[in-house]
Design a protein around this ligand. Sequence first.
Ligand SMILES: [Zn+2]
Length: 292
Amino acid sequence: MHSILREWREVGVRTINDKEWASRSLKLALWNPRLCGWRKHNGELVRDANGVPVVGRWEPIITPKEWMAIDAIFSARVGPNVKSDGTVTDYRTPSYLLTGILRCGKPREDGQICNSPLRATARADLSGGYLYQCPSKEMGGCGGTGRNGAKIDEFITGAVLAKLEARAARATRADELWGGEEEPARLMAKQRKLLQAWQEDQVSDELFFPENQKMEARVKELRADRTRHVLRRQRAAEVTGDVRERWTSGRLDLAQKRALIREALHAVIVLPAGGGGRRPFNPDLLVPKWRD
Ligand SMILES: [Zn+2]
Protein backbone atom coordinates (compact mmCIF):
# COMPACT_ATOMS: atom_id res chain seq x y z
CA MET A 1 0.00 0.00 0.00
CA HIS A 2 2.77 2.35 1.01
CA SER A 3 4.78 1.87 -2.16
CA ILE A 4 1.69 2.16 -4.38
CA LEU A 5 0.79 5.44 -2.70
CA ARG A 6 4.32 6.77 -3.07
CA GLU A 7 4.43 5.83 -6.75
CA TRP A 8 1.04 7.39 -7.48
CA ARG A 9 2.00 10.59 -5.70
CA GLU A 10 5.21 10.78 -7.67
CA VAL A 11 3.49 10.40 -11.04
CA GLY A 12 0.57 12.62 -10.03
CA VAL A 13 -2.26 10.07 -10.03
CA ARG A 14 -5.19 11.66 -8.20
CA THR A 15 -8.60 10.46 -7.05
CA ILE A 16 -11.76 11.10 -9.06
CA ASN A 17 -12.34 14.12 -6.79
CA ASP A 18 -8.88 15.41 -7.67
CA LYS A 19 -7.46 14.66 -4.25
CA GLU A 20 -4.23 12.97 -3.39
CA TRP A 21 -4.65 9.24 -2.76
CA ALA A 22 -4.53 8.32 0.92
CA SER A 23 -4.09 4.97 2.54
CA ARG A 24 -7.79 4.74 3.32
CA SER A 25 -9.05 5.77 -0.12
CA LEU A 26 -6.64 3.37 -1.81
CA LYS A 27 -7.76 0.54 0.42
CA LEU A 28 -11.42 1.27 -0.29
CA ALA A 29 -10.76 1.44 -4.03
CA LEU A 30 -8.78 -1.79 -4.13
CA TRP A 31 -11.23 -3.59 -1.91
CA ASN A 32 -14.20 -2.64 -4.07
CA PRO A 33 -15.49 -5.74 -5.93
CA ARG A 34 -16.61 -3.50 -8.81
CA LEU A 35 -13.00 -3.79 -9.97
CA CYS A 36 -13.71 -7.36 -11.07
CA GLY A 37 -17.32 -6.90 -12.15
CA TRP A 38 -19.00 -7.78 -8.86
CA ARG A 39 -20.98 -5.61 -6.52
CA LYS A 40 -21.66 -5.36 -2.83
CA HIS A 41 -24.91 -4.53 -1.11
CA ASN A 42 -24.98 -3.93 2.64
CA GLY A 43 -21.45 -5.27 2.87
CA GLU A 44 -22.28 -8.54 1.09
CA LEU A 45 -21.51 -9.58 -2.45
CA VAL A 46 -24.64 -9.67 -4.57
CA ARG A 47 -25.15 -13.32 -5.49
CA ASP A 48 -27.57 -15.48 -7.42
CA ALA A 49 -29.61 -18.28 -5.87
CA ASN A 50 -26.64 -20.63 -6.14
CA GLY A 51 -24.34 -18.31 -4.26
CA VAL A 52 -22.38 -17.28 -7.35
CA PRO A 53 -21.58 -13.54 -7.45
CA VAL A 54 -23.67 -11.70 -10.02
CA VAL A 55 -21.53 -10.18 -12.78
CA GLY A 56 -22.30 -6.56 -13.67
CA ARG A 57 -22.44 -5.08 -17.13
CA TRP A 58 -19.41 -2.86 -16.80
CA GLU A 59 -15.94 -3.76 -17.96
CA PRO A 60 -13.87 -5.24 -15.11
CA ILE A 61 -10.23 -4.19 -14.83
CA ILE A 62 -9.08 -7.16 -12.80
CA THR A 63 -10.23 -10.78 -12.62
CA PRO A 64 -12.39 -12.16 -9.79
CA LYS A 65 -9.38 -14.25 -8.73
CA GLU A 66 -7.25 -11.14 -8.42
CA TRP A 67 -9.93 -9.36 -6.44
CA MET A 68 -10.38 -12.37 -4.15
CA ALA A 69 -6.63 -12.27 -3.49
CA ILE A 70 -6.86 -8.59 -2.53
CA ASP A 71 -9.91 -9.32 -0.44
CA ALA A 72 -8.09 -12.16 1.34
CA ILE A 73 -5.19 -9.85 2.21
CA PHE A 74 -7.40 -7.10 3.61
CA SER A 75 -9.68 -9.56 5.37
CA ALA A 76 -6.70 -11.24 7.02
CA ARG A 77 -5.61 -7.88 8.42
CA VAL A 78 -8.85 -7.41 10.29
CA GLY A 79 -9.21 -11.01 11.37
CA PRO A 80 -10.92 -13.90 9.65
CA ASN A 81 -14.12 -12.83 7.86
CA VAL A 82 -14.60 -9.75 9.98
CA LYS A 83 -14.31 -6.44 8.18
CA SER A 84 -13.02 -3.26 9.78
CA ASP A 85 -16.58 -2.03 10.24
CA GLY A 86 -17.45 -5.17 12.16
CA THR A 87 -19.58 -6.87 9.50
CA VAL A 88 -18.90 -10.52 8.86
CA THR A 89 -18.39 -11.31 5.19
CA ASP A 90 -19.09 -14.52 3.42
CA TYR A 91 -17.29 -14.19 0.11
CA ARG A 92 -15.71 -17.59 0.47
CA THR A 93 -16.77 -20.74 -1.26
CA PRO A 94 -19.07 -22.77 0.95
CA SER A 95 -17.02 -25.25 2.92
CA TYR A 96 -19.00 -28.26 1.72
CA LEU A 97 -18.78 -29.79 -1.74
CA LEU A 98 -22.44 -29.81 -2.72
CA THR A 99 -23.91 -26.80 -0.94
CA GLY A 100 -26.35 -25.11 -3.31
CA ILE A 101 -26.17 -28.05 -5.75
CA LEU A 102 -28.38 -30.44 -3.80
CA ARG A 103 -32.10 -29.64 -3.91
CA CYS A 104 -34.85 -30.95 -1.74
CA GLY A 105 -37.04 -33.44 -3.62
CA LYS A 106 -39.81 -33.78 -1.06
CA PRO A 107 -43.26 -33.16 -2.55
CA ARG A 108 -45.15 -30.16 -1.26
CA GLU A 109 -48.88 -30.10 -0.73
CA ASP A 110 -49.43 -28.78 -4.27
CA GLY A 111 -47.57 -31.78 -5.72
CA GLN A 112 -44.50 -29.82 -6.83
CA ILE A 113 -41.21 -30.70 -5.16
CA CYS A 114 -39.83 -28.41 -2.47
CA ASN A 115 -36.65 -27.71 -4.52
CA SER A 116 -34.95 -25.70 -1.75
CA PRO A 117 -31.13 -25.82 -1.81
CA LEU A 118 -29.96 -28.13 0.96
CA ARG A 119 -27.64 -26.66 3.59
CA ALA A 120 -24.76 -28.44 5.23
CA THR A 121 -24.63 -28.70 8.99
CA ALA A 122 -21.87 -30.21 11.10
CA ARG A 123 -23.21 -33.24 12.96
CA ALA A 124 -20.86 -35.13 15.24
CA ASP A 125 -23.30 -38.04 15.54
CA LEU A 126 -23.07 -38.93 11.82
CA SER A 127 -20.27 -40.81 10.09
CA GLY A 128 -18.40 -38.20 8.09
CA GLY A 129 -19.55 -35.52 10.48
CA TYR A 130 -22.04 -33.51 8.46
CA LEU A 131 -25.56 -33.53 7.16
CA TYR A 132 -27.17 -31.93 4.14
CA GLN A 133 -30.66 -30.85 5.00
CA CYS A 134 -33.57 -28.83 3.75
CA PRO A 135 -33.84 -25.54 5.67
CA SER A 136 -36.73 -25.17 8.07
CA LYS A 137 -40.03 -23.63 6.95
CA GLU A 138 -39.02 -20.34 8.60
CA MET A 139 -35.87 -20.38 6.46
CA GLY A 140 -37.77 -21.00 3.23
CA GLY A 141 -37.51 -24.78 2.96
CA CYS A 142 -39.69 -27.64 4.16
CA GLY A 143 -37.24 -29.12 6.66
CA GLY A 144 -38.21 -32.56 5.40
CA THR A 145 -35.02 -33.89 3.80
CA GLY A 146 -31.72 -34.72 5.45
CA ARG A 147 -28.93 -36.98 4.29
CA ASN A 148 -25.43 -38.03 5.35
CA GLY A 149 -23.14 -35.42 3.78
CA ALA A 150 -19.97 -37.45 3.33
CA LYS A 151 -21.85 -40.29 1.62
CA ILE A 152 -23.62 -38.00 -0.82
CA ASP A 153 -20.35 -36.21 -1.60
CA GLU A 154 -18.62 -39.50 -2.29
CA PHE A 155 -21.38 -40.87 -4.50
CA ILE A 156 -21.89 -37.67 -6.52
CA THR A 157 -18.12 -37.23 -6.95
CA GLY A 158 -17.92 -40.70 -8.50
CA ALA A 159 -20.86 -40.07 -10.79
CA VAL A 160 -19.54 -36.65 -11.88
CA LEU A 161 -16.04 -37.96 -12.66
CA ALA A 162 -17.52 -40.78 -14.74
CA LYS A 163 -19.71 -38.27 -16.58
CA LEU A 164 -16.85 -35.86 -17.31
CA GLU A 165 -14.63 -38.69 -18.53
CA ALA A 166 -17.37 -39.97 -20.82
CA ARG A 167 -17.88 -36.46 -22.14
CA ALA A 168 -14.15 -36.03 -22.86
CA ALA A 169 -14.10 -39.35 -24.71
CA ARG A 170 -17.18 -38.37 -26.71
CA ALA A 171 -15.66 -34.98 -27.59
CA THR A 172 -12.56 -36.69 -28.97
CA ARG A 173 -14.65 -39.11 -31.03
CA ALA A 174 -16.87 -36.32 -32.31
CA ASP A 175 -13.78 -34.54 -33.57
CA GLU A 176 -12.72 -37.58 -35.54
CA LEU A 177 -16.23 -37.97 -36.91
CA TRP A 178 -16.70 -34.38 -38.01
CA GLY A 179 -17.02 -34.67 -41.77
CA GLY A 180 -17.55 -31.06 -42.80
CA GLU A 181 -14.06 -30.51 -44.20
CA GLU A 182 -14.86 -31.25 -47.83
CA GLU A 183 -18.03 -29.27 -48.22
CA PRO A 184 -16.53 -25.75 -48.08
CA ALA A 185 -13.95 -26.70 -50.73
CA ARG A 186 -16.63 -28.18 -52.97
CA LEU A 187 -18.85 -25.15 -52.53
CA MET A 188 -16.04 -22.74 -53.30
CA ALA A 189 -15.22 -24.61 -56.49
CA LYS A 190 -18.86 -24.38 -57.48
CA GLN A 191 -18.85 -20.70 -56.64
CA ARG A 192 -15.82 -20.10 -58.87
CA LYS A 193 -17.53 -21.91 -61.72
CA LEU A 194 -20.64 -19.80 -61.31
CA LEU A 195 -18.54 -16.64 -61.22
CA GLN A 196 -16.82 -17.64 -64.40
CA ALA A 197 -20.10 -18.41 -66.13
CA TRP A 198 -21.47 -15.04 -65.04
CA GLN A 199 -18.35 -13.23 -66.27
CA GLU A 200 -18.79 -14.96 -69.63
CA ASP A 201 -22.43 -13.82 -69.74
CA GLN A 202 -23.74 -17.36 -69.61
CA VAL A 203 -25.61 -16.56 -66.40
CA SER A 204 -27.78 -13.51 -65.78
CA ASP A 205 -27.36 -11.04 -62.91
CA GLU A 206 -30.73 -12.14 -61.56
CA LEU A 207 -29.50 -15.69 -61.26
CA PHE A 208 -25.91 -15.02 -60.25
CA PHE A 209 -26.23 -12.62 -57.31
CA PRO A 210 -28.77 -14.51 -55.19
CA GLU A 211 -27.11 -17.84 -55.93
CA ASN A 212 -23.66 -16.49 -55.14
CA GLN A 213 -24.87 -14.99 -51.90
CA LYS A 214 -26.48 -18.25 -50.89
CA MET A 215 -23.26 -20.14 -51.44
CA GLU A 216 -21.24 -17.54 -49.55
CA ALA A 217 -23.60 -17.77 -46.63
CA ARG A 218 -23.36 -21.55 -46.61
CA VAL A 219 -19.55 -21.48 -46.63
CA LYS A 220 -19.60 -19.00 -43.76
CA GLU A 221 -22.02 -21.18 -41.85
CA LEU A 222 -19.82 -24.22 -42.33
CA ARG A 223 -16.76 -22.33 -41.14
CA ALA A 224 -18.59 -21.08 -38.08
CA ASP A 225 -19.75 -24.61 -37.41
CA ARG A 226 -16.20 -25.85 -37.62
CA THR A 227 -15.00 -23.11 -35.24
CA ARG A 228 -17.74 -23.98 -32.77
CA HIS A 229 -16.84 -27.59 -33.02
CA VAL A 230 -13.15 -26.94 -32.35
CA LEU A 231 -13.93 -24.63 -29.43
CA ARG A 232 -16.32 -27.13 -27.93
CA ARG A 233 -13.72 -29.82 -28.15
CA GLN A 234 -11.02 -27.62 -26.65
CA ARG A 235 -13.31 -26.69 -23.82
CA ALA A 236 -14.26 -30.28 -23.16
CA ALA A 237 -10.59 -31.22 -23.10
CA GLU A 238 -9.69 -28.30 -20.84
CA VAL A 239 -12.46 -28.95 -18.43
CA THR A 240 -12.36 -32.70 -18.31
CA GLY A 241 -8.87 -33.72 -19.40
CA ASP A 242 -7.40 -36.07 -16.81
CA VAL A 243 -10.15 -34.97 -14.50
CA ARG A 244 -9.91 -38.00 -12.22
CA GLU A 245 -6.16 -37.62 -11.88
CA ARG A 246 -6.50 -33.93 -11.02
CA TRP A 247 -9.29 -34.60 -8.58
CA THR A 248 -7.47 -37.32 -6.67
CA SER A 249 -4.06 -35.60 -6.78
CA GLY A 250 -5.17 -33.10 -4.15
CA ARG A 251 -4.28 -30.15 -6.40
CA LEU A 252 -7.89 -28.98 -6.72
CA ASP A 253 -9.34 -26.82 -4.01
CA LEU A 254 -12.98 -26.95 -3.05
CA ALA A 255 -13.95 -24.09 -5.35
CA GLN A 256 -12.37 -25.85 -8.33
CA LYS A 257 -14.10 -29.11 -7.47
CA ARG A 258 -17.42 -27.31 -7.18
CA ALA A 259 -16.80 -25.70 -10.58
CA LEU A 260 -16.21 -29.14 -12.14
CA ILE A 261 -19.38 -30.48 -10.58
CA ARG A 262 -21.27 -27.55 -12.08
CA GLU A 263 -19.75 -28.36 -15.47
CA ALA A 264 -21.34 -31.78 -15.22
CA LEU A 265 -24.72 -31.09 -13.67
CA HIS A 266 -27.26 -28.39 -12.90
CA ALA A 267 -28.43 -29.85 -9.62
CA VAL A 268 -29.08 -33.06 -7.75
CA ILE A 269 -32.58 -33.67 -6.48
CA VAL A 270 -32.48 -35.44 -3.14
CA LEU A 271 -35.62 -37.51 -2.66
CA PRO A 272 -36.74 -37.85 0.95
CA ALA A 273 -35.71 -40.95 2.89
CA GLY A 274 -36.62 -39.90 6.40
CA GLY A 275 -34.56 -40.78 9.44
CA GLY A 276 -32.50 -37.61 9.57
CA GLY A 277 -29.61 -39.16 7.65
CA ARG A 278 -29.47 -42.36 9.70
CA ARG A 279 -31.16 -44.70 7.23
CA PRO A 280 -28.88 -46.86 5.04
CA PHE A 281 -27.58 -44.72 2.19
CA ASN A 282 -29.56 -45.26 -1.00
CA PRO A 283 -28.12 -43.67 -4.15
CA ASP A 284 -31.40 -44.32 -5.99
CA LEU A 285 -32.86 -41.43 -4.02
CA LEU A 286 -30.38 -39.02 -5.66
CA VAL A 287 -31.49 -37.72 -9.04
CA PRO A 288 -28.71 -35.82 -10.86
CA LYS A 289 -29.86 -33.25 -13.42
CA TRP A 290 -27.04 -33.59 -15.92
CA ARG A 291 -26.02 -30.94 -18.36
CA ASP A 292 -26.00 -32.43 -21.87
ZN1 LIG B 1 -37.58 -29.31 1.38
